[in-house]
Design a binder for this molecule. Structure first.
Ligand SMILES: NC(=O)c1ccc[n+]([C@@H]2O[C@H](COP(=O)([O-])OP(=O)(O)OC[C@H]3O[C@@H](n4cnc5c(N)ncnc54)[C@H](O)[C@@H]3O)[C@@H](O)[C@H]2O)c1
Length: 370
C-alpha cells in the first residue's frame, strides 16, 4: 500500500503524541512540521527526526505533502483546513472541526468539490474499549438502548495545561473541548442526534492560572464553563449530559448506557482503553467484560490512519468531517437552546461509523497495538 506524506501544522502540547504514534503507522510519514512559533517547530522536528521545520505557508505550498495534520488551537482550525484543501491536500485535525457552523459547512463543501478527504478528532472511539462497547450493543447484550448519561466534570485545565488561555475562548470550554469525546462516543454507540436542549452558565468570568509556566496570570472567560443538557437520538434513546470546568470533585460515571435488558458502564471516552462493566437483568451484579479489540493505549492518530486507508481504498473513513460537523452542530445546539429557551432540532446527520472489523485488524502498524 502507498505511503502518505504528512505535514503537521501546530507543534504544541498535543503534537508530541502524534509525532510518536505516526512513526508506528506504516502508511504515514511525517515529512514537515510548522508552527507560528518557528522555534517550537524546529524543536519538535529535531526531537522526532522530521526533515523540515517551517512556517504554515511554506508547508502548505510543498507539493510533496499529501495530508495536513492540523493541531492548531480551535480558532485556527477552519482556516488551516480550508487552506490545506485549497492547496489540494487532504486535511485531518484536532477537535472541534471549526468554531462555527458556517466554517464547518465550508470545509465539508470544499472537500467535496475538490474530491479530498477531511477528518477530525476525537478518534478514541476507534480504541479497544469503545469498539468493544459497540459490539456489546450491536450483539444486544443490554437489549435495545433506551437512555444514557454522560458526565465530564472537572475543575478546569489551568492547573496543568501550559497554554490554557484558549481553553476558555469560543470553540473550547468544557462543552467544545471535552464534549466532542462524549458526543462522538454517543453517536458511535447510539447513532445520530435528533434534537438537544441545554442550560449553560459562566461561573467564574475570570480564572487564575495555577500551572508552573504562567502562575498567577488571569484568563478572561469567553465561553460557558458549566453546561447541562438533554439529547434525543433518532433511535429514540434519551441522554442527560453535563460538561463542567467548575466542579472540584464528582463520582458520577463518564458514560452509562441503559438498555431494555441491562446497563453498560462505558470507560472514559477520552481514552482508548479502560474497564467495561455490564449488568444484565438476570445477573445479580455488574461483571467486567473482556476487551475484544486492540488499540487500548494512547493511539491518537488512529483516525488519521483510518482516513489514509480510506483514501487508498476509495472508501469512507470513520472519524470523518460529517461526523465532526454533526457533533459541532449538537454542541452549538446546547448553547442556542439555553439562549433561546427551546429545544434545538439538529439539522445535520451522519452515518453511525462502521465498527472496526474483528477478524484481523486491517491497519498495519510497525509495533504491537495494545
Ligand atoms: N493538550 C491536550 O491534552 C489535547 C488533547 C486532545 C486534543 N487537543 C486539541 O489539540 C489542539 C491543540 O491543543 P494543544 O494543547 O496542543 O495547544 P497548544 O496551545 O499547546 O498548541 C497549539 C500550537 O498551534 C500553534 N498555532 C496556532 N495557530 C497557528 C497557525 N495559524 N499556524 C501555525 N501554528 C499555529 C501555536 O503556536 C501552538 O504551538 C486543540 O484543538 C486541542 O483541543 C489537546
Amino acid at each position: 500500500m502507498s505511503k502518505f506524506k504528512v505535514g503537521i501544522i501546530g507543534c504544541g502540547n498535543i503534537s508530541s503524541i502524534y509525532f510518536t504514534n505516526l512513526k508506528r503507522f506504516h502508511m504515514l510519514e511525517v515529512v514537515a512540521c510548522a508552527d507560528l512559533n518557528l522555534e517550537r517547530a524546529k524543536e519538535q522536528a529535531a526531537l522526532y527526526g522530521v526533515p523540515k521545520a517551517c512556517g504554515a505557508d511554506e508547508l502548505l505550498a510543498d507539493p510533496d505533502i499529501d495530508i495536513v495534520l492540523n493541531l492548531t488551537i480551535p480558532a485556527a482550525h477552519a482556516d488551516i483546513h480550508l487552506r490545506a484543501l485549497e492547496a489540494g491536500k487532504h486535511s485531518y485535525g484536532e477537535k472541534p472541526l471549526a468554531l462555527n457552523l458556517e466554517d464547518g459547512k465550508r470545509i465539508l463543501s470544499l472537500a467535496r468539490e475538490k474530491g479530498l478527504a477531511v477528518g477530525c478528532a476525537p478518534d478514541t472511539f476507534l480504541g479497544g474499549s469503545l469498539q468493544t462497547c459497540r459490539k456489546l450493543i450491536d450483539d444486544r447484550w443490554i437489549g435495545e438502548p433506551i437512555g444514557a448519561t454522560a458526565f465530564m466534570m472537572s475543575e478546569g485545565p489551568e492547573s496543568w495545561h501550559p497554554n490554557p488561555g484558549f481553553l476558555y475562548q469560543k470553540g473550547a470550554g468544557p462543552l467544545f473541548d471535552m464534549g466532542p469525546y462524549y458526543l462522538t462516543a454517543l453517536v458511535h454507540l447510539l447513532g445520530p442526534i435528533r434534537r438537544v436542549s441545554g442550560s449553560t452558565r459562566i461561573t467564574y468570568p475570570e480564572r487564575m492560572i495555577t500551572n508552573d509556566y504562567h502562575y498567577g496570570d488571569k484568563i478572561q472567560v469567553q465561553t460557558p464553563t458549566h453546561t447541562a443538557g438533554l439529547l434525543d437520538f433518532h433511535s429514540g434513546a434519551v441522554c442527560t449530559m453535563i460538561t463542567s470546568f467548575d466542579v472540584w470533585g464528582s463520582k458520577l460515571p463518564h458514560i452509562e448506557i441503559y438498555g431494555t435488558h441491562g446497563t453498560m458502564i462505558v470507560p472514559d471516552p477520552n481514552d482508548f482503553g479502560g474497564p467495561i462493566l455490564v449488568k444484565r437483568h438476570d445477573w445479580p451484579e455488574f461483571k467486567e467484560i473482556p476487551m475484544v479489540y486492540g488499540f487500548t493505549g494512547n493511539h491518537r492518530g488512529l483516525g488519521l490512519l483510518d482516513m489514509a486507508h480510506g483514501i487508498a481504498s476509495k472508501q469512507s473513513h470513520r472519524a470523518n468531517g460529517e461526523l465532526a460537523y454533526h457533533v459541532l452542530e449538537a454542541m452549538h445546539g446546547f448553547e442556542i437552546s439555553s439562549n433561546e429557551g427551546r429545544h434545538y432540532d439538529v439539522a445535520s446527520t451522519c452515518a453511525q461509523p462502521e465498527p472496526l472489523p474483528m477478524d484481523g485488524y486491517r491497519f498495519s502498524t510497525k509495533t504491537r497495538v495494545d
